[in-house]
Every structure is written in structure tokens, then in C-alpha cells.
Design a protein around this ligand. Structure first.
Ligand code: FUL
Length: 473
């Protein structure tokens, strides 16, 4: 009898400290690793650079590709200083010109004066990335305005050969980009006509994905119907204020709103990527030297992407000489310094934390400030909301709050708001954004306020809260 009561008590204790049930969809370990990168660079460079174009028609001469001072170490060193964690290179853009000596087409770097035809930019950049501790990824445009057999079955084999070469010889890759621009007019080996294809089916994306993953099992797939990360739906540098990682399977028919906001009831985990160029164009144009995004504009983009649960893919159009332009470099480095400064002093570390509900000591409110991303504050099963407060020893001025959910168990928060208190006087904090989802990371910006207590009200959640980290600066 005694034993039975003990068993019952133990079972009761165990059940109330049991972790919350996962709420699907869930991220894979690889997706989580990718989300932690947060900021990485794009490089657009190729024949377009030398012909002052954005979308080459496919007939620019290979001999015009002639950077005289190209230095991939300069790119990598600059990007590292700008806080980038990796680089994705346009190994082939829509014009079809390949930046590596591919066997699939003559329209490639070996036919250019660069290094007397001995250059391989994919190799040079992947080597530089390794040297500077940056991850490396590849963009290889499915649309090819040069290839005579584009829109016919033969080109699909050529494209797969290119994917095979790129994924075999330059890895490990952290991301592979299948761009969404597909078909239209082009040179097409001299045909000079318009060709259209069915983007979801023509390229055999399942095989393409299998090829990428065979040698690069941790790589994310961007674009196509089997993507593992999703496009945000604009190229302006912002994610939705509501941003679910949950989404349906995305195809070329998907409405832009699904890309921008994700959806609460989506069955796939598809975290968003915000791609934007530091200049108006993706490729370098001298006329845009005065239009490089400023430090403040870049910071704004950061808060509207990384601060809204998305990764930021910031493009650098390498200049004609083969280097990142000094203005781009200065602004990007300045941006990283400013953001690092703004988020450097977490005033919640060492504060007194209290929540209105805790699932048990393993899931106590303190877990939000213990600096361990693997621990989290969780509420009881019948408590899909909750309030948490942080009391400081003395008043502090803050203008940013960062919140992270323990997304291994699924994205949950649907609505929250912030309050401050100063000497017992309570006030509502009025941020720039409406506060709905949180996800892997949410950073809330507001005008500086002085407070000795910060309160976060999670009003609605898909299930018990699982909050791993809260910081304020
Ligand atoms: C788009 C392309 O058409 C642009 O040229 C650029 O490469 C951008 C990243 O993706 O779809």
C-alpha cells in the first residue's frame, strides 16, 4: 500500500515536470543549425558585371569577363569583418555563364582572359571561405538564356551535370540556391526567342535535391518544390512582423503572403530567408556607387529580418576590378559594429525573474536568463499563455528586447506585449512592430525607456509556452 502511494506520488511529480509535447511541424537538426547562422552574404559576379547588366541575354562574349585585381581573400576578409557567417556565390546566373571550368558547356570562365583561362572562381572562393572560417554555398540558376537546348530535355541533363560538378568538388556546402526566375526570352544558342517551361516539373528538382544532399547532407535547399528554407517573398529586406516557420509545401503557384508570413497551421518547417542587395542592383554598376545602403538602412534591415525570425542574405555586387567596393565594405562593417554595440549589454542577466506559471523546477522562469539555449521556461499543459517579469537592482535604459522560443518543440507564441515599471509606476512599451510571433528569434525595437522592471505578457500560444531566452539592451 505504502509503495503504491509512493509510486503514485513519483508518477504525479514526473508527469507535471514532463517536457511539453512537441507541436508540429518541427525543425530538423540541420535547419536549426542553419537558423543559428542568422546573417550571411551573397556574391553576384559574372559577365553581367562587365556588361553593366542585371539579366544578361545569354550572348555576352566570354572574353569580356576580365577582372584585373580579383582577390577572393579580400571578399572573405571583408565579409568576416561585416559579421557574415557564410557566402553564397552565383556560380551561374540566368545568362548561363559558368564561373568554374565546367565540362557541361563552353560558356565558362576557361574561355575568358581571367588567369589565361586557368581560373576557377568557385574553387577560389570556397578556399578563401575555408581559410576565413566562413560557410560556403552555391547559386546555380536553372534558367539558362545561353543554352540552345533550354526548355528541351537535353538541357535538364546539362543542368544536372552542373549541379553534380558543383556539389562534388567544392563542398561542404551549407545551402544550394535554385533561383525562381524561369523561362522567357533569350539567346538560346542563336535562336533569339521566348521559351517557357513548367518550373515545378521541368527541372527534376527531386533528383537535384538528392544530388545536393548526397555529398552535402547538411545543406539547405532554397527554391523549387522540395525546398527546406523559404523565400520571404520580396527582395527589399524585410520579413513579416508575423513570421511562422510553419508553412505548406511551397510551389511556383504559392501566394506571396504565404512566403512572407508563413502560416500557423502549415505542416512543413520552412524558416524564411530575406535576400536583399546592399545596392539597388544585384550586379555591380558604377552608376550605383552613390546608392549603397547606409549603416542605418542596413541596421533597419537587420531588425526587420533577423529580428523577425528570418535569416538575412545580404548581397555584395563585386566590382569590375574583382573586389568588394570600399563603400560597400565600409557600410557593411559599420553596420555590424553598430548592431553589435546595440545588442552588447544585456541588462536582464542577474535580474530577479518571476513567472505566473511554471511547469516545474526544470522549466522555471530563470531558464530564460541562464545563457543556456537548451533550457527553457515552460508553462503547464492547460496554460497556453503566461507572464514573466524581470526586476533589476537599479533603473536601466532599454530600447531592445530579444526573445527566443525553444523551437525544437515547435513554434508557439501567437501574440505578446511588453510593459515596464519605474518606481512602482507601470507603463506600456510601444514598439515599432506589432507583436505576434516569436519563433527562433524576435528582437523588438522601441524608443529608449527607463525601467527597473520589465514584464513580458504572452497572451496567446499554440500550446504551453517554451521560452529559452529573453534579453534586453
Ligand atoms: C532573382 C534573380 O532574378 C536576380 O537576378 C537575383 O539573382 C536574385 C537573388 O534572384 O530571382
Amino acid at each position: 500500500m505504502k509503495y503504491n502511494i509512493l509510486t503514485i506520488i513519483t508518477l504525479a511529480l514526473f508527469s507535471c515536470t514532463k517536457a511539453p509535447e512537441p507541436l508540429y511541424p518541427l525543425p530538423t537538426a540541420e535547419q536549426l543549425e542553419w537558423q543559428k547562422l542568422e546573417t550571411y552574404a551573397f556574391i553576384h559576379f559574372g559577365l553581367n558585371t562587365f556588361n553593366d547588366m542585371e539579366w544578361g541575354y545569354g550572348d555576352s562574349q566570354a572574353v569580356t569577363f576580365n577582372p584585373t585585381d580579383l582577390d577572393c581573400d579580400q571578399w572573405a576578409a571583408t565579409l568576416k569583418k561585416a559579421g557574415m557567417k557564410g557566402v553564397i556565390l552565383t556560380a551561374k546566373h540566368h545568362d548561363g555563364f559558368c564561373l568554374w571550368p565546367t565540362k557541361s558547356t563552353d560558356y565558362n570562365i576557361s574561355k575568358s582572359p581571367y588567369k589565361n583561362g586557368e581560373g576557377d572562381l568557385v574553387k577560389e572562393l570556397s578556399d578563401a571561405c575555408r581559410k576565413y572560417g566562413l560557410k560556403f554555398g552555391i547559386y546555380c540558376s536553372p534558367w539558362d538564356r545561353n543554352n540552345a537546348r533550354y526548355a528541351y530535355p537535353e538541357y535538364v541533363e546539362t543542368y544536372h551535370q552542373q549541379i553534380q560538378e558543383l556539389t562534388s568538388n567544392y563542398g561542404p556546402l551549407f545551402e544550394f540556391w535554385f533561383d525562381g526566375a524561369n523561362g522567357g526570352n533569350g539567346y538560346y544558342g542563336g535562336a533569339n526567342e521566348t521559351r517557357s517551361i513548367d518550373p515545378d516539373n521541368y527541372y527534376d528538382y527531386q533528383r537535384a535535391k538528392d544530388t545536393v544532399l548526397a555529398r552535402n547532407p547538411r545543406a539547405m535547399i532554397f527554391g523549387g518544390p522540395y525546398q527546406t528554407v523559404r523565400w520571404i517573398g520580396n527582395e527589399k529586406g524585410w520579413a513579416g512582423e508575423t513570421d511562422w516557420c510553419n508553412a505548406p509545401q511551397i510551389t511556383s503557384e504559392t501566394n506571396w503572403k504565404v512566403n512572407t508570413y508563413g502560416c500557423e497551421n502549415g505542416t512543413e518547417w520552412l524558416p524564411a530567408e530575406v535576400d536583399v542587395s546592399i545596392r539597388p542592383g544585384w550586379f555591380y554598376h558604377k552608376s550605383e556607387d552613390s546608392k549603397v545602403k547606409t549603416v542605418d538602412e542596413l541596421c533597419d534591415i537587420y531588425y526587420k529580418s533577423v529580428g523577425r525570425n528570418a535569416n538575412l542574405l545580404l548581397n555584395f555586387p563585386v566590382a569590375l576590378n574583382g573586389r568588394i567596393h570600399p563603400i560597400d565594405s565600409a557600410n557593411a562593417v559599420g553596420f555590424y559594429q553598430k548592431i553589435s554595440n546595440e545588442l552588447s549589454c544585456n541588462v536582464l542577466a542577474g535580474s530577479k525573474v518571476k513567472a505566473d506559471n511554471e511547469r516545474g523546477s526544470r522549466y522555471s522562469a530563470e531558464k530564460t536568463i541562464d545563457g543556456n539555449p537548451e533550457t527553457y521556461w515552460a508553462t503547464a499543459d492547460d496554460y497556453p499563455y503566461g507572464t514573466i517579469s524581470f526586476t533589476m537592482e537599479k533603473p536601466v535604459t532599454v530600447s531592445r528586447v530579444m526573445i527566443q522560443e525553444y523551437v525544437k518543440l515547435g513554434q508557439r507564441v501567437k501574440e505578446f506585449y511588453l510593459e515596464g515599471e519605474r518606481d512602482g509606476n507601470w507603463f506600456r512599451i510601444r514598439p515599432d512592430d506589432t507583436l505576434t510571433t516569436v519563433g527562433y528569434k524576435r528582437i523588438v525595437r522601441f524608443n529608449p525607456v527607463e525601467l527597473d522592471k520589465l514584464i513580458v505578457y504572452f497572451e496567446e500560444s499554440r500550446g504551453p509556452l517554451c521560452i529559452s531566452n529573453i534579453e534586453a539592451y
